[in-house]
Ligand binder design. Structure first.
Ligand code: FE2
Length: 499
């Protein structure tokens, strides 16, 4: 291809993508004859590095420089947990080991409570007399509603026992409704014959501690999962609008000022649409292989300002196995992402620390795409009755799972990878808890210390989502000010999508 054709193709690409083309830029491109320099101009434009200075008044441009001098050192990210082992063939013993690991880890958390300091093992209950008081910690093995209450079977490494929650103790009975299979709980009660009549119930919970951490500098993080590149419903215009804003090429002065302080971008799963997630997916695709989908997705990621750290985890539509934890996206399918110095590929779930300074420890951010949420949104009555659709209930599910200190306690909720340790346990209490999956944004504050953020998507509603009762709301991007912990939802949806 000759140089002029290359230039023409590039300009067409920019127009197609709604990227602003300034006369100065065209002039510069036309005058340049050196192929290497032309490539450099093209790359700079695609990555939006000069757009702010080109587009804004001198004053605004000077201000932007000032921010970069004062505060906008590149964002700092430390990966605290990311799972990357290869799956192996499992034995029955591996399965038992995983559940023992879960039992022992959650038991340790529960025993930090005074009421559970002197728990005894289930096998020792028979040495006590009926009507004696006892406390145990067990994993839920069975749960059924009876006429008069809820009957559980719980187990520990020494045995099993029934636990009964009577409807006569209304408040306790209601809390027992939130108990799920395979989670580890504490019980206090009086003994009957091979049964405990519960008079208290303990979930591991998040301890009530101090105030929420706040960064000494004003910088921002944005949460934008579920791009679904490769789907016919992928909203390219809306994504480009978002990228242009990040790069300082869109919005009013105030909005650009905020954009210049964005230092972290979380792409929490489903970067691409995948190829066989549901039986009718093929008819919804515009790109039919993972390689094509990731290549295209990488082009968009490349356009984003280099000083923004981009943290990417996989979701259920990505190339990696569905069983969780899912490893980071593999280099074989997205080599371009691995070449970008500001991209950090992590597992699902993962924990990263962002924004550390000399005098500030930074925020621990738990990222989980959220595949297990559908199960709890549907099965837990106290959640189901509160809001009409699964997409609206996710904040309640995230609260429930924080209380259980586990991202997917029930074996049936999602496919589990049998690993030596249970990586779905929330062992480190996060400052920020980020998810996606339901394609509708949401924000909540838990126990005054954890900011929960659910990202939206860049995909319009699919027939499949219609069928499973999801109500997506694309293009709404949560933005958190790390200095104030205030979260705003920015709207990049087109008029059509807003209706
Ligand atoms: Fe998704």
């Amino acid at each position: 291809m000759d140089l002029d054709a290359k230039k023409r193709n590039f300009v067409e690409l920019l127009l197609e993508r709604n990227i602003l083309i300034e006369p100065d830029f065209l002039e510069k491109l036309n005058e340049e004859k050196d192929p290497a320099k032309i490539s450099e101009i093209i790359n700079v434009k695609l990555r939006g590095q000069k757009t702010e200075a080109e587009e804004n008044s001198k004053e605004t441009a000077e201000k932007a420089t000032l921010y970069s001098k004062d505060e906008s050192k590149d964002g700092k990210v430390k990966v605290l947990f990311s799972y990357s082992s290869q799956p192996k063939k499992n034995t029955a013993q591996d399965f038992i080991n995983l559940f023992n690991y879960r039992y022992n880890s959650i038991k340790k958390i529960l025993q930090q409570r005074v009421q559970l300091e002197s728990v005894i093992s289930i096998s020792k209950l028979k040495m006590k007399s009926q009507k004696d008081q006892a406390s145990v910690i067990g994993m839920v093995y069975g749960k059924e509603e009876t006429k008069n209450g809820v009957m559980l079977t719980i187990e520990d490494p020494t045995g099993t026992i029934k636990v009964f929650f009577s409807k006569n103790k209304q408040e306790l009975f209601m809390r027992a409704g939130d108990i799920v299979m395979d989670e580890v709980i504490g019980i206090s009660g009086s003994l009957g014959k091979n049964i405990i009549f519960a008079n208290d119930l303990f979930f591991p919970e998040i301890p009530v501690t101090k105030e929420a951490k706040k960064s000494p500098i004003e910088e921002y993080a944005v949460v934008a999962p579920d791009w679904h590149v490769g789907s016919k419903q992928f909203l390219e215009d809306e994504l480009l609008k978002f990228i242009n804003w990040l790069n300082g090429s869109a919005g009013n002065e105030k909005q650009r000022e905020v954009a210049s302080k964005v230092k972290y971008l979380f792409l929490a799963g489903d970067l691409v649409d995948g190829i066989s997630n549901h039986p009718t997916q093929r008819k919804d695709l515009s790109l039919f292989t993972f390689k094509e989908q990731y290549k295209k997705a990488s082009e968009y990621v490349k356009m984003i300002r280099e000083d923004i750290k981009i943290i990417i985890c996989p979701g259920n539509h990505d190339i990696v196995h569905l069983a969780e934890p899912q490893p980071p996206l593999p280099k074989e399918y997205c080599p371009d992402l691995y070449d970008l110095p500001n991209v950090i590929l992590v597992s699902n779930p993962a924990v990263v620390n962002i924004g550390e300074t000399e005098n500030f420890p930074g925020f621990d951010v738990l990222i989980y795409h959220g595949y297990s949420y559908n199960y709890y949104a549907d099965k837990i009555e106290s959640i189901r009755i509160k809001k009409p659709t699964v997409s609206d209930r996710v904040d309640l599910v995230m609260r429930l799972l924080l209380q259980k200190r586990h991202l997917a306690p029930t074996y049936d909720a999602n496919p589990h990878l049998i690993t030596e340790q249970d990586h779905m346990i929330i062992d480190r209490i996060p400052d920020i808890f980020i998810s996606g999956d339901v394609h509708k944004s949401g924000v909540f504050l838990y126990k005054n210390v954890i900011t929960g953020i659910i990202g939206s998507c860049f995909q319009s509603k699919t027939d499949f989502q219609e069928k499973v009762g999801h109500t997506p709301d694309p293009g709404r991007i949560p933005l958190i000010n790390l200095k104030t912990r205030e979260v705003k939802i920015l709207n990049f949806a087109s008029q059509e999508e807003k209706q």
